[in-house]
Design a protein around this ligand. Structure first.
Ligand code: TPP
Ligand code: DXP
Ligand code: MG
Length: 624
């Protein structure tokens, strides 16, 4: 087969997953292909958002992988999967790449539905080696020993404990074909921390007392490297050698953001997830408004000045979780533990035992990793620590594994844990402070991704419940959790237009719920609960249980995220699709009440001020 020219080779790759086409390319053609891949990724990610630095860093590595191995017969596995854009371009998705992260378009992570070449969709770090271990065992038991299992893991993901649990097993199985490709760019978002990072740096730079890779050799693993991760020839030589060996680590040294100067110059995060930007200059488009993360970060700096016992922890996401300001102000009181949420929670328990007041900030979806530590290390010992869950609720574009939709369900069963869901910046600041002030058990404060809405003042307070509005008769009690307070208000307005009265409350603390909610519910004909979290076992179910336990038989309708993996799409689109909007809630209530019986007793007057109805001649209308 005559070697195609660079352009025709790219065209060939544009239409088919042709590792043969790749193998036929000459070095100049491969260089041209690599450049075309970088140009395309830059152009698209600048417009769609997504991951840039990590993908720019693995272009040559991915080309070499697809030239040495034959995917999908050989399995190419990628940890976290945020660096699979080159893999997608080389496996027949070049012409779809412009739809990256768009609804119905390409996922920003691996996707089995997109391609037989894709395996791990989870986007949660440090799992790839466990898949490799299991796959290799399966191939051994099913007589498919000739299938190579290649696991690409970043130096950041290698700081996750699960990776070492897997390595412990892989190292012991000399007869299984697992190649670990360690993509070492020295960074997670920011520089990777800890002894592992220091060992890798010493291996990269040939410094330190130990020979390169001693950490792996000492486990009985093979080690090849360090290899220049931007030299396709060197990469292919190492990978080809690794194919002939037992379980081996190929230590590949890459540069995050390689080939795009603004990314390479970005000392903070190397354009890890830069948002939208001008590809010509690298200038990031300013985000609109203040973010929830920003409000949290600023309040932490203020709290840090007032409370010298407050310390902060992050799992390799100092910037993304808003702790960079606290770290700048109080570096000795800030701990980046690597991508190690379980250890972060355990270390926070130790810090609390030592008399300090830890605040651990993680994305809500990654809390799942540290559930047992929160339960058995923090709650069992009634330790005063606060877990701040950013990206709580539907995030959308990052696909099913990134929605922060499980915390309000799994945390319901943690004894003594208190959970706050602020509806706006003012409540975030006050609830964060209240949470940090609770000394005898863990607290959680959760808020969504993106811009924080305007403050939404209460018109009254019943116990812990903020009353946001009370209009008309006592038909519907809307319990709106966190930022869905605004949707709750809108629901009440829509109900009013139907001649139905509604009371909207924000519980602020969703665990434990204030028992006053049951008494309030008793006075209404229907309770709606809206939560930006999974319906199964969430706040809605907790409200229903509270009412049952109080012998209140007012029906409860819950609105939240279904227990499903939601395909990637924008947040607003997803909320509409799952019916988590005021329109859906109002319609559901109206239809329900249209089928139901008469009114209940009048709303209590003492709402902390004249009942808004006292000044109007609201009529007691029942839905017709
Ligand atoms: C359990 C978990 N925690 C945090 C994250 C957020 N996250 C996504 S990519 C990343 C950094 C990964 O660093 P590395 O593995 O070195 O890959 P690189 O981006 O450097 O290629 C982090 C922390 C995650 N995906 N999973
Ligand atoms: C891969 C990962 O876990 C994150 O990088 C993800 O992209 C979400 O990040 P943001 O919500 O900050 O965009
Ligand atoms: Mg890295």
């Amino acid at each position: 087969m005559t070697p195609p020219t660079a352009v025709s080779a790219v065209n060939l790759l544009r239409t088919a997953s042709e590792s043969r086409a790749l193998r036929a390319m000459t070095a100049p053609q491969l260089a041209a292909l690599a450049q075309e891949m970088r140009d395309l990724m830059l152009d698209v990610v600048a417009r769609t958002g997504g991951h840039l630095g990590s993908n720019l860093g693995v272009v040559e590595l991915t080309i070499a992988l697809h030239r040495v191995y034959t995917s999908p017969y050989d399995r190419l596995l990628f940890d976290t999967g945020h660096q699979v854009y080159p893999h997608k371009l080389l496996t027949g998705r070049w012409n779809r790449f412009a739809e990256l992260r768009k609804s119905g378009g390409l996922s920003g992570y691996a996707s089995q539905a997109e391609s037989e070449h894709d395996v791990i969709e989870n986007s949660h770090a440090s799992t790839v080696l466990s898949y490799a271990d299991g796959l290799a065992k399966a191939y051994r038991l099913t007589g498919q020993d000739d299938r190579q299992v290649v696991a690409v893991i970043g130096d950041g993901a290698l700081t996750g404990g699960m990776a070492w649990e897997a390595l412990n097993n892989i190292a012991a199985a000399k007869d299984r074909r697992v190649t670990v490709v360690l993509n070492d760019n020295g960074r997670s978002y920011s520089p990777t921390i800890g002894g592992i990072a220091e060992h890798l740096a010493a291996s990269r730079e040939g410094t330190g007392e130990q020979p390169p890779g001693e950490l792996f050799r000492s486990l009985g693993l093979g080690y090849l490297g360090p290899v220049d991760g931007h030299d396709i020839t060197a990469l292919e030589a190492a990978l080809t050698e690794a194919r002939t060996l037992g379980p081996t680590v190929v230590h590949v040294v890459t540069r995050k953001g390689f080939g795009y100067p603004p990314a390479e110059a970005d000392d903070d995060e190397k354009f890890h997830a830069p948002g939208l930007f001008d590809p010509a200059t690298g200038r990031k488009l300013p985000s609109t408004g203040t973010s929830w993360t920003g409000v949290f970060g600023k309040e932490m700096v203020r709290i840090g000045a007032e409370r010298p016992d407050v310390v902060a922890l992050t799992a390799a996401m100092m910037g993304p979780t808003g702790l960079a300001g606290f770290c700048d102000a109080y570096p000795e009181r800030t701990f980046d533990v690597g991508i190690a949420e379980q250890h972060a929670m355990g270390s926070a328990a130790g810090l609390a035992l030592g008399g300090l007041r830890p605040v651990l900030a993680v994305y809500a979806t990654f809390l799942n990793r540290a559930f047992d530590q929160l339960l058995m290390d923090a709650a069992l010992h009634r330790l005063g620590l606060t877990v701040v869950l950013d990206r709580a609720g539907v995030t959308g574009d990052d696909g099913p594994s990134h929605n922060g939709m499980w915390d309000l369900s799994i945390l319901q069963v943690v004894p003594g844990l208190r959970i706050a869901a602020p509806r706006d910046a003012a409540r975030l600041r006050s609830l964060l402070r209240a949470g940090i002030d609770i000394p005898d058990g863990p607290t959680v404060v959760r808020f969504p991704k993106g811009a924080v809405p305007e403050d939404l003042p209460a018109i009254g307070r019943i116990g812990e419940l903020d009353v946001l509005s009370a209009t008309g008769a006592q038909d519907v009690l809307v319990v709106a959790v966190g930022p869905l307070a605004r949707a709750g208000i809108e629901t009440a307005a829509l109900l009013r237009a139907q001649g139905l009265g509604a009371t909207v409350v924000d519980p602020r603390w969703v665990k434990p719920l204030d028992p006053a909610l049951a008494a309030l519910a008793r006075r209404h004909r229907l309770v709606l609960v809206a939560e930006d979290s999974c319906r199964s076992g969430g706040v809605g179910d907790a409200v229903a249980r509270l009412l049952r336990d109080a012998d209140v038989d007012t029906p409860v309708r819950t609105f939240g995220i279904p227990a499903a993996f939601l395909e990637h799409a924008g947040r607003a689109q997803i909320l509409d699709e799952i019916g988590l909007t005021s329109r859906h809630m109002a319609r559901s209530a109206t239809e329900f009440l249209a089928r139901r019986s008469p009114m209940r007793w009048p709303l209590p007057v003492s709402l902390g001020g004249p009942h808004p109805l006292s000044s109007t001649t609201a009529t007691r209308e029942t839905a017709s």
